[in-house]
Ligand binder design. Structure first.
Ligand SMILES: Nc1nc2c(ncn2[C@@H]2O[C@H](COP(=O)(O)OP(=O)(O)O)[C@@H](O)[C@H]2O)c(=O)[nH]1
Ligand SMILES: [Mg+2]
Length: 621
């Protein structure tokens, strides 16, 4: 197998997968196969060429694991008919001389990440201890068979007795599973009474998923034949019935393409009949022609089995990572929809702010600039007798000039004419609060809650941010339309700068009309015409009304419409951007970064790496 590419894929996944799980908020325990992959790949890297195998006993409490361990290794671990569970620690039999201090580093390279300590007293194993603590002692023989050639360079077999997976002491389950993840070989020990227990069958499925080799040992039966009958009942009845959920658990594929069920059917089965003082001589294979348990363990080809262990963990991970990527893609779409909805809200908020104001200052300035330019250009010869402008129109011009002049001279007086910045700060405060309220009420579950203190802080940050000054692009539209008006209405264009005496008003351009609603100038005041000729001032107070009536009279409503539209479009966008930059981060900053990271997450790479963990990708069949 192409070991390098396999290990490199594992390394990269070790970075990507936890990040993705974090982004998805998946905090549950990761599957055994994934953890097994990390454990085994780590061990393989450290061990270099000479591979050792880890074999674990695994089974429910009282099944006889420790009794078997004692019999195989001669190491006096606590075992027997006592208060359950009996042991809480893990005991490991190491090949002879592997317990020498100078072999510490080599030993640690077989079980990287475990806390390995020499087993000085058997009762160590009764005490509560941390995860990953393994007590070891050397055993020169296994079941009376010499380990043979166990020199410093030879591969070793490390046999581990672990606590149970089914007692009330839940920490025991984790201790046992931790060793299971590392172990290539599993001896599943179960009594004849408990072979059909739910927890037992679930753990059996887990072993089929991660172990390279699995051996079944059925204890406390009256005869090997009884063990065989029970095992057949499990395989042919319990695990195949379509009305029970167990069948489905064994239909997943192993790295070589077999289903877990097929694999289980091909595992060697041994029986250890009931005895007052059980010895290894009573332990025999149920499967015809199978070697004794100890020879079976000692006869394993370390290279081959270690590679299978790695590939098996890889295959089970590959499938899981594929599913993870599927979930991530669904979540990514969700995040993108959420992002788009936020953008829509911001755009609407921007338009609401811009629609509250009409840039009267710049509009009048541009109108007059273009009128004057027109006079110089083409209408020089036109003289429009000022005296022929109707009285009410003159009055209107005067009233408007006066209103503007007085509003400008008393800034902040609360009238319709306000400085752009002042109008916008007020509107921004309102829309920011509305947005925060809306978002707080409708946050997707994965964003979590948004507390009011945070909303307040974000709104404060927005209030202190410098407002962007409007770009002048919209004025081009305005100017174009003003120019057309001048061409079509030379007489009015000639009159406008003369009668609307704003030359003495400074800084007019900075002022906007505060329209009072969000609909824009024309959305809120289109009552032109119906007001009749009651005079510019009489038909409704206010600059907006005056301006509209003047426009009606002088036919420049089109210019106002264009100015209004172009302004709202441009300023709306600018304000939306401003909110995006100064309100959004305070409210949802890290959630947005997470959503963006998920959006840009290298999903294709993830899928490719997952595929690289399979035998197929490694060029084997
Ligand atoms: N292993 C084994 N134990 C047996 C058998 N018959 C009775 N026992 C008793 O079952 C108990 C098994 O306990 P232990 O080995 O501590 O179980 P563990 O919790 O799996 O480690 C011991 O008291 C054995 O003496 C048998 O056929 N095989
Ligand atoms: Mg035990």
């Amino acid at each position: 197998m192409k070991l390098d590419s396999f290990l490199n894929a594992t390394d990269r996944l070790a970075t990507l997968v936890p990040e993705l799980l974090d982004l998805l908020g998946e905090k549950e325990k990761t599957p055994t196969g994934w953890q097994a992959l990390l454990e085994r790949a780590g061990a393989l890297r450290l061990q270099g060429g000479k591979l050792s195998l880890v074999a674990t006993l695994y089974g429910p409490t009282g099944a006889g694991k420790s009794t078997l361990f004692r019999n195989l290794t001669g190491i006096e671990v606590p075992a027997g008919d006592e208060i359950r569970p009996l042991s809480r620690g893990c005991a490991m039999a190491v090949p002879e001389q592997w317990d020498l201090p100078e072999r510490g580093p080599a030993l640690r390279s077989v079980l990287p990440g475990f806390d390995l300590r020499p087993l000085d007293r058997p009762d160590r194993l009764r005490q509560e201890d941390g995860q990953g603590l393994v007590w070891y002692r050397s055993a020169d023989r296994l079941g009376g068979e010499s380990r043979g050639g166990a020199g410093p360079g030879a591969p070793g077999l490390f046999l581990v007795d672990v606590p149970d997976f089914n007692s009330l002491e839940i920490a025991n389950h984790e201790r046992a599973e931790r060793v299971l993840r590392r172990a290539e070989v599993v001896v599943f020990v179960v009594t004849g009474d408990s072979y059909a227990d739910q927890k037992v069958v679930e753990e059996l499925a887990r072993c089929c998923q991660v172990a390279a080799r699995l051996v079944i040992l059925i204890t406390k039966v009256s005869s090997p034949e009884k063990a065989r009958l029970k095992w057949t009942d499990l395989l042919d009845d319990k695990l195949t019935r379509t009305d029970l959920p167990w069948r489905a658990k064994f239909q997943g594929k192993r790295e070589d393409g077999r289903t877990l069920e097929q694999f289980l059917r091909e595992c060697p089965v041994h029986a250890w009949p009931l005895a007052a003082n059980p010895g290894l001589e009573d332990l025999r294979p149920v499967t015809a022609g199978a070697p004794p348990l100890a020879s079976l363990l000692l006869g394993l080809d370390a290279e081959k089995v270690a590679a299978e262990g790695l590939l098996q963990a890889g295959a089970s991970t590959s499938e899981w990572v594929g599913q993870l990527a599927n979930r991530a893609e669904v979540a990514r779409k969700e995040r993108q929809r959420w992002r788009a909805a936020l953008d829509e809200d911001l755009a609407r908020a921007g338009l609401a702010v811009a629609g509250h104001e009409f840039p009267i200052g710049r509009t009048l300035e541009v109108l007059m600039e273009e009128s004057r330019a027109g006079q110089n250009r083409v209408f020089r010869w036109i003289t429009y007798p000022f005296s022929r402008i109707s009285g009410w129109l003159q009055g209107g011009f005067q009233a408007m000039t006066e209103a503007i002049r007085s509003a400008i001279s008393k800034p902040g007086s609360g009238g319709e004419l306000v400085r752009l910045e002042e109008a916008e700060r007020k509107s921004l405060k309102r829309v920011a609060e509305e947005l925060a309220d809306k978002w707080r009420d409708r946050l997707p579950a994965w964003v979590g809650a948004l507390d009011s203190a945070r909303c307040r802080q974000a709104c404060d940050a927005l209030a202190t941010a410098t407002l962007p000054s409007p770009k002048t692009n919209w004025e081009e539209t305005l100017r174009q339309s003003a120019r057309e008006w001048v061409e079509k209405n030379p007489t009015w264009a000639h009159t406008l700068p003369v009668v609307l005496d704003l030359t003495t008003v400074g800084g007019l351009g900075l002022f906007v009309l505060d329209i009072g609603t969000t609909g824009g100038l024309l959305g809120s005041h289109v009552v032109l015409g119906s007001l009749g000729a009651g005079g510019l001032v009489a038909g409704g107070a206010g600059l907006a009304a005056m301006l509209l009536r003047l426009a009606d009279k002088m036919h420049f409503q089109g210019v106002l419409e264009e100015a209004d539209r172009a302004w709202r479009e441009q300023r709306g966008r600018e304000i939306a951007d401003h909110l995006r930059q100064h309100l959004l981060p305070g409210l949802l900053g890290e959630k947005l970064r997470e959503a963006d990271r998920l959006t840009s997450f290298p999903m294709e790479e993830l899928r490719r790496l997952a595929a690289e963990l399979t035998r197929k990708a490694n060029g084997e069949s």
